[in-house]
Design a protein around this ligand. Structure first.
Ligand code: AMP
Ligand code: ZN
Length: 119
């Protein structure tokens, strides 16, 4: 069921503490941790504790939680000292767009030039 933990999901396991992660910020509803394969000097993933496969299902099923993810992304940017220099929030959706973990996660990227349009 939407929002319930998925026993096979890597990020549900990180939420449960079963897989280690370098956590940078935690709230009641979200967790932010460093990406294991960083693509920029700051590369943090922000996830809801509840399992939703992608951004649209999160926004439809739990709109307040979608807002929590964005608010945590902003707090991470502030904590990382990149709020003024700028940062990018990316939500890859679907394997064709590069999504490999089907527990919604916002990438917070900063600390280098970020091209537009993105690759
Ligand atoms: P995406 O390709 O948008 O689904 O993003 C998945 C991200 O999760 C990738 O950037 C991976 O490097 C990252 N990742 C995979 N496993 C871990 C892990 N155990 N801890 C932290 N980040 C991870
Ligand atoms: Zn999950």
């Amino acid at each position: 069921m939407a929002g319930e933990p998925d026993a096979h999901c890597l990020f549900c396991k990180i939420v449960a503490g079963e897989v280690p992660a370098t956590t940078v910020l935690e709230t009641e509803t979200t967790v932010a941790f460093r990406d294991i394969n960083p693509q920029a000097p700051t590369h943090v993933l922000v996830i809801p504790r509840a399992h939703y496969p992608n951004a649209a299902s999160l926004a439809t099923g739990a709109p307040a939680l979608a807002a929590d993810v964005l608010a945590t992304a902003g707090a991470v940017a502030e904590q990382e000292g990149v709020e003024d220099s700028g940062y990018r929030i990316v939500l890859n959706t679907g394997s064709g767009a590069g999504q490999t973990v089907f527990h919604v996660h916002a990438h917070v990227l900063a600390g280098r030039g970020l091209e537009w349009p993105p690759g």
